[in-house]
Unconditional design. Structure first.
Length: 257
């Protein structure tokens, strides 16, 4: 089936979990690429730094506070994006949480919370945004999985959610390709972030030492930066990636088993 792309003066992107870390880096990169960006995080005030950074660089951004695990709030957020920036045709599902707990000690509430943010959230956002992409005849969905998807002894809930996102992504690619919409996942390895800082604290290590030890096991000899993931997202949402769909791109400094 052929499809016609109805070009707009400026495409609109949604990036979740964009107040800091990977999400903030992705939002800023997409703004530099010329997209208007809706910066979504749990609290709107927390998005201010990202939005202000985009504005300083000459971009267009909108801060929105929403819990991605709340179906109603997600619907309201996407409606606001559409009204204020235009229909979204790029979605980056980045919001995530990853507390640690052994299986036998894990509360059901933690399991539900982790899967709610990491797996239900992308479902809600994608379901709300995709109709705009279908209407436009063009769209990009990029979802953050993780190398933990292959197994993580310390975070069985997180690993389960991130593995689920790979199946979600591949299924979207099969279903949406005929509409001109691609779907891909990025699976980061060790990235300097609040999550890896928290891991260092739990182990009683200074963060610099934690990074040094991690880098020893990474083939390229360094840990990742949020910008490394942003570069990958920039490519996957671009017109140049139109024949790339249903893929998992590991941004991990080496192969992942």
């Amino acid at each position: 089936m052929t499809h016609t792309v109805r070009a707009a003066t400026k495409k609109t992107a949604i990036v979740t979990g964009a107040a800091r870390g990977i999400g903030a880096a992705v939002a800023r990169r997409l703004a530099r690429d010329g997209l208007a960006v809706a910066v979504i995080d749990l609290n709107e005030a927390d998005c201010a730094d990202t939005v202000e950074a985009i504005a300083r660089e000459g971009g267009t951004a909108l801060a929105i506070g929403a819990d991605v695990a709340d179906e109603g709030l997600v619907g309201e957020a996407v409606a606001r994006v559409t009204a204020e920036l235009g229909p979204p045709t790029v979605l980056v599902n980045n919001a995530g949480v990853g507390p640690r707990a052994d299986l036998v000690e894990m509360a059901t509430e933690q399991w539900d919370m982790v899967l709610g943010v990491n797996l239900r959230g992308p479902f809600f956002l994608t379901r709300a945004a995709v109709p705009h992409m279908i209407d436009a005849g063009w769209g990009r969905v990029v979802t953050m999985s993780s190398i933990s998807a292959v197994g993580d002894a310390a975070r069985v809930d997180y690993a389960s959610a991130k593995a689920g996102l790979i199946g979600f992504t591949k299924s979207l690619a099969l279903q949406l390709g005929r509409h001109g919409v691609t779907a891909n996942a990025i699976a980061p390895g060790f990235i300097v972030s609040d999550m890896t800082r928290a891991s260092a604290r739990r182990l009683g290590l200074e963060f610099e030492e934690f990074q040094r030890r991690a880098a020893e096991s990474i083939p390229v000899g360094r840990v990742g930066r949020p910008e490394d993931v942003a570069h990958a997202a920039s490519y996957l949402v671009s017109p140049a990636a139109g024949f790339v769909s249903g893929q998992v791109l590991y941004v991990a400094g080496g192969p992942v088993d």
